[in-house]
Design a protein around this ligand. Sequence first.
Ligand SMILES: NC(=O)c1ccc[n+]([C@@H]2O[C@H](COP(=O)([O-])OP(=O)(O)OC[C@H]3O[C@@H](n4cnc5c(N)ncnc54)[C@H](O)[C@@H]3O)[C@@H](O)[C@H]2O)c1
Length: 314
Amino acid sequence: MKTGTISIVGVGSVGAAIAYASMIRGLVRRLVLVDKDSTKARGEALDLGHCSPFVPAVEVEAGPLEAIAGSDVVVVTAGAKQKPGQSRLELAAENVNLFRTLIPQIAAYAPDARLLIVSNPVDVLTYAALRFSGLPPRQVVGSGTVLDTARFRHLIARRIKVSPGNVHAHIVGEHGDSEIGLFSSAMVGGVPLLEFKVDGHHSLTEAERAEIFDATRRAAGEIIAAKGATNWAIGLTTARILEAYLRDENAVLTVSRLLENYAGSGDVCMSVPSIVARDGVGPALSVALSEAEAAGLRRSAAAIRDVITRVGLE
Ligand SMILES: NC(=O)c1ccc[n+]([C@@H]2O[C@H](COP(=O)([O-])OP(=O)(O)OC[C@H]3O[C@@H](n4cnc5c(N)ncnc54)[C@H](O)[C@@H]3O)[C@@H](O)[C@H]2O)c1
């Protein structure tokens, strides 16, 4: 297995979960933690470092932003979370402003690193990171709907009583309200999901599919209402994307990436199934879309572009 140096900029609840998941999966040889609250970053580095007897060899250190030099991947989770009463647009404007100064510094210290954006709204911030870094599009992705896709597969799998590993189904578009669940191309062990017989007799009804998709889309809100933030699943999701880079996997993942012309949408970062390997994000797959899915994807792209324009990214 290939390992390397991963830096995490922003070591709040999400950054710490990413660090922990990456260590447990034995992905990383050196982990660099950076936070504007340097005391907190130092505390997390000390705490995580004490896991070392139980995980494959890893060095964990906290440092200033300069310490990211030489990283294979820089993960960015720095930024505000949506506050009660704050609109998504206001959050976008706040975090785009943060990226305006942070991203050029990251690109200057680690010009060869892949950038993996996790901060929200992730599609707009991935676009901002591309603009502010000047890095080639294949080097900059967002975690996008990899997490939503995991939730979708989990919920389908539970309903049809098949292991999630055997459910191939994607959430595409925005990581947010306008995302789309691709039921028409979903497969279960080689059988189209729309034809799959649950308990050997009936296929999922439209109402059951709507319920699964709705639960997927509402999942983040439900968790935030219950515990204030989401962190464990995004931690492992991000570790999964890091794994695809570090093991040069050519894995198909729904990362958020620049799309120039995809099913009628362009100049936007959003999620479609894409090949991820050591040198970054490769081709987007041309998934067959139903008419409703294609229209949904165009609407999702338009929703992201609207925010990009309104926060002055053009
Ligand atoms: N993409 C996803 O699926 C997903 C899932 C969950 C959370 N998120 C997003 O991840 C982000 C972080 O969430 P969290 O729960 O960890 O928040 P948090 O408040 O716990 O952590 C954010 C951290 O960023 C640090 N920070 C702020 N500005 C910085 C800077 N300039 N340099 C270095 N560090 C800086 C803060 O000190 C803090 O420790 C939020 O934007 C949240 O919405 C994304």
